[in-house]
Design a binder for this molecule. Structure first.
Ligand code: GUN
Length: 295
C-alpha cells in the first residue's frame, strides 16, 4: 500500500485564496483592512525568515502588516510597552511576538500582555486555558495545531472516535494539537521522551502527529497500516549534494512510512505552509469578530 500524499502547499494556497476573497469583501463592504503586527526581537536568522514569510503572506492576501523590530538588548519593560501600544492601536487586529525570546525576557510575562482579542498565535494563558477546558473555546487556537486539523478535515479524514497519538508535548504544537483533537472527540495519547515502548504506542494510532524535532525518528514499522501520519517536524540534516549543504527532513522517515500509512504529509510542503495560512485566517477572524460578524 502506498499512502496518499497530503499536499499542504496546495491546501494552504487554496485557503489563502479564500482569505484574499474575504479580505477584499471586508474592504468593499466595511471599508476596513485587517492588520497584523509582527514583533521580532534580536537577529536570529530562523526568526527573521519566519517573520519575513509571514509579512509576505499578509501582502499577498491584502492584510496590512506592521513590523516592530527590536534589538536583542531590549528590556522586558520596553517590549511590554510596545505590546501595549499595539493592543491600543485600532488598525491592529493581530499581534504576534516571534518566539523564542532572548533569555533575559520572561516569555510568559510578555505573552500574557497581549490583548486576548488580538492573540492570533493563541499563546495567551487565557486562550490556552480555554483550549484546555471542556465546553470552552479559545478566541484563537495556535496556528500549527489549527493547520493540522484543517489538513485532516480538508483531506476527509475522520477524527471523531479515532485513536490519535501525539509525539511531543511542546506548548506550541504537541499540547495544543492534543487539545484540539480531544475537542473533536478523538481518543488521545501524548508521548514524550519518557514514554516506554514508543513504537508499540504509535502502532495503535489511526492518526499519528509527530512533533518531537528528531530527524526521521518514526520508522515504517512504528505505523499502523492505513494510518494518517502528520509530520510537524522540520529538521536540517547535512547533505553535501545540496547548495546550502543541508536539506530539511521531518520527524518521520518518509520513504518507509509512505509504504505503510494511508495518508502522509511530506516535509517540506506538508504542515509548514498551513501555519502561515492559519495565522492569516486568525488575523481575518480577529477583524471579523471586532466587526461583530463572528462570535
Ligand atoms: N516560534 C516557533 N513557532 C512559532 C509560532 O507559531 N509563533 C510564534 N510567534 N513564534 C514561533
Amino acid at each position: 500500500m502506498t499512502a496518499q500524499i497530503i499536499d499542504g502547499k496546495a491546501i494552504a494556497a487554496k485557503i489563502r485564496g479564500e482569505i484574499a476573497q474575504e479580505v477584499a469583501k471586508l474592504k468593499e463592504e466595511h471599508g476596513v483592512v485587517p492588520g497584523l503586527a509582527a514583533v521580532l526581537v534580536g537577529e536570529r536568522k530562523d526568526s527573521q525568515t519566519y517573520v519575513r514569510m509571514k509579512k509576505k503572506a499578509c501582502a499577498e492576501v491584502g492584510i496590512k502588516s506592521i513590523g516592530v523590530d527590536l534589538p536583542e538588548s531590549v528590556s522586558q519593560e520596553e517590549l511590554i510597552a510596545r505590546v501595549r501600544e499595539l493592543n491600543a492601536d485600532p488598525e491592529v487586529d493581530g499581534i504576534l511576538v516571534q518566539l523564542p525570546l532572548p533569555d533575559h525576557i520572561n516569555e510568559e510575562a510578555v505573552l500574557a500582555e497581549i490583548d486576548i482579542t488580538k492573540d492570533v498565535d493563541g499563546f495567551h494563558p487565557i486562550n490556552i486555558g480555554r483550549l484546555s477546558m471542556k465546553g470552552r473555546k479559545p478566541l484563537f487556537a495556535p496556528c500549527t495545531p489549527r493547520g493540522v486539523i484543517e489538513l485532516l478535515d480538508r483531506t476527509g479524514i475522520e477524527i471523531e472516535g479515532k485513536n490519535a497519538v501525539i509525539l511531543g508535548r511542546s506548548n506550541i504544537v504537541g499540547l495544543p494539537v492534543s487539545m484540539l483533537l480531544l475537542h473533536r472527540n478523538a481518543t488521545i495519547t501524548i508521548c514524550h521522551s519518557r514514554t516506554k515502548n514508543l513504537p508499540e504506542v504509535t502502532r495503535r494510532a489511526d492518526i499519528l502527529v509527530a512533533a518531537i524535532g528528531r530527524a526521521e525518528m518514526v520508522r515504517g514499522d512504528w505505523i499502523k497500516p492505513g494510518a494518517a501520519v502528520i509530520d510537524v517536524g522540520v529538521n536540517a540534516v547535512d547533505d553535501p549534494s545540496k547548495k546550502k549543504g543541508y536539506r530539511l527532513v521531518g520527524d518521520v522517515k518518509f520513504d518507509e512510512a509512505k509504504e505503510v500509512a494511508g495518508y502522509i504529509t511530506p516535509v517540506p510542503g506538508g504542515v509548514g505552509p498551513m501555519t502561515i495560512a492559519m495565522l492569516l485566517k486568525n488575523t481575518l477572524d480577529g477583524r471579523k469578530r471586532r466587526l461583530g460578524l463572528i462570535e
